[in-house]
Design a protein around this ligand. Structure first.
Ligand SMILES: [Zn+2]
Ligand SMILES: [Zn+2]
Length: 451
């Protein structure tokens, strides 16, 4: 049997919980079998009651939920907080503020920082920082290899003991099969999941966008879909051979969805995520030569996008992950070929998917909620729920709110959002993470606030 993982520790600044009563919202939690207009009472950091007109606890804040949808808050397993090293692009405070604004109650941060999170003292210092700055519970992944150079394994067991939430060399693949095999052999000892950015560097080479009709037309070097899918197939076999578990990050191509589906059918302990930008956008956007559409893996074809949507629907794709990747404006404003890869996504994930997938009828809202809450599960984190007695992790959505991305700025320190300027329908109004009001939309009037 592949290993199962205990919940990794998450860190956040200590803040007082608020008792909140959400009156008359549509409570939607597909896993708990909940869908209907009712009242939700949050007390002492827990979901105390869900039902018809329960009494308001003394001193509780009452929120008018008329026309809104209350769902379990989201979990993002793939966020770049750029800390330590590039706090000009994002820091723990701004990144977790952006996450809360996107409806997330927990995130996992990636270790490709400067320096890389590859030893115990760096990890411990970062966790200590999060205990002062993080607005929502945050877990930290550590690197698989020292300096993410793909050679020597980090001290995985020690890092796990110090609270690493998992391991990844994200930003890069673990290119050499033998190194991944060793890492997976250590997995049982470390007791943590290994997440993989899948890319064969000999195939992706110096590509800057998806290899296809648009790259041919623009004369740009392409990254073929097989750069990703062949690595997924390879790593699934290694995981099966070692009876280990792997999580595939940001799948982007039809062939990749097929590779994950085959591995699952063969009994491999494999999970995967897809990003809102890959689910909503295609390489057609790159015709603009706007580096705001440059990321790795690249935006692929409409056919690939349809395969991702099918995978999200069928469950081959387990969860949504933003791969929120802030970059400084002056770096992103370079010509497409030389600009860095990556886009922000925490603040637009729900709205973009709601606008582009739910409203046109590709998936329904309850499925989107399932996939946006499931991101921590592969790593051992509990899935947020509105069930009575659970931790109070609740996001209040306004499904009919229309807004323009970027118009009112961002909580993130960076503005390189792939949806910038887009008019989206659906918005996060309020996020409660572990009983703490982590975000409320500025224009959102709260009902009766007791004296
Ligand atoms: Zn990546
Ligand atoms: Zn990433």
């Amino acid at each position: 049997m592949p290993p199962r993982f205990d919940a990794p520790p998450l860190d956040s600044a200590a803040r007082e919980t608020t008792d909140v009563v959400i009156r008359g919202a549509r409570a939607l939690d597909p896993r708990a079998g909940l869908d209907g207009v009712m009242d939700i009472v949050l007390r002492d950091g827990e979901v105390a009651e869900v039902g018809d007109s329960p009494p308001t606890p003394e001193g509780a804040e009452v929120v008018d939920g008329d026309g809104l949808v209350a769902v379990p808050a989201f979990v993002d397993p793939h966020v770049h907080l750029r800390t330590p090293g590039r706090e000009d692009e994002e820091d723990i405070d701004s990144g977790t503020r952006a996450a809360a604004a996107g409806g997330f109650c927990a995130i996992l941060a990636q270790p490709n920082t400067a320096p890389v999170i590859d030893n115990g003292s760096i990890l411990s210092a970062l966790r200590e920082r999060a205990r002062h700055e993080a607005r929502i519970p945050t877990g930290f992944l550590a690197a698989v290899t020292v300096g993410q150079d793909g050679d020597a394994l980090t001290e995985m067991a020690e890092l796990a003991a110090l609270g690493a939430a998992g391991f990844t060399d994200d930003g890069r693949p673990v290119a050499r099969a033998g190194i991944l095999r060793h890492a997976l052999q250590y997995q049982r000892l470390a007791g943590r999941l290994i997440a993989l950015h899948e890319e064969d560097p000999t195939l992706s080479s110096d590509g800057v966008m998806h290899e296809g009709a648009v790259s041919a037309l623009l004369g740009m070097a392409g990254i073929p879909s097989i750069s990703e899918s062949t690595m997924i197939a390879r790593d699934a076999q290694i995981a099966q051979f070692e009876d280990a578990a792997i999580h595939i990050q940001h799948v982007s191509a039809r062939e990749s969805v097929a590779a994950v589906e085959q591995a699952k059918a063969a009994g491999v302990a494999i999970t995967c995520e897809a990003s809102p930008h890959h689910l909503c956008l295609t390489d057609e956007t790159v015709r603009s030569l706007d580096a705001g559409f440059k990321m790795n893996p690249p935006l692929r074809s409409e056919d690939d996008r349809q395969a991702l949507i099918d995978g999200l629907r069928s469950g081959v794709i387990d969860c949504v992950a933003t791969d929120h990747a802030p970059h400084a404006r002056q770096e992103k404003e370079q010509p497409f070929e030389v600009a860095p890869m990556g886009v922000t996504g925490l603040e637009t994930a729900f709205s973009a998917l709601h606008t582009d997938l739910v409203l046109p009828g590709n998936i329904d809202l309850s499925l989107l909620v399932e996939r946006m809450t499931a991101g921590g599960a592969p790593f051992g984190l509990p899935v947020p729920t509105l069930a009575t007695g659970s931790p109070a992790n609740v996001t209040l959505l306004d499904p009919s709110a229309e807004w323009q991305v970027g118009e009112a700025g961002y909580e993130s320190r960076s503005a390189n959002c792939a949806f910038a300027g887009r008019n989206l329908t659906g918005r996060v109004r309020m996020t409660i993470a572990a009983g703490v009001v982590a975000y409320r939309e500025r224009s959102f009037a709260i009902g009766a606030v007791p004296a």
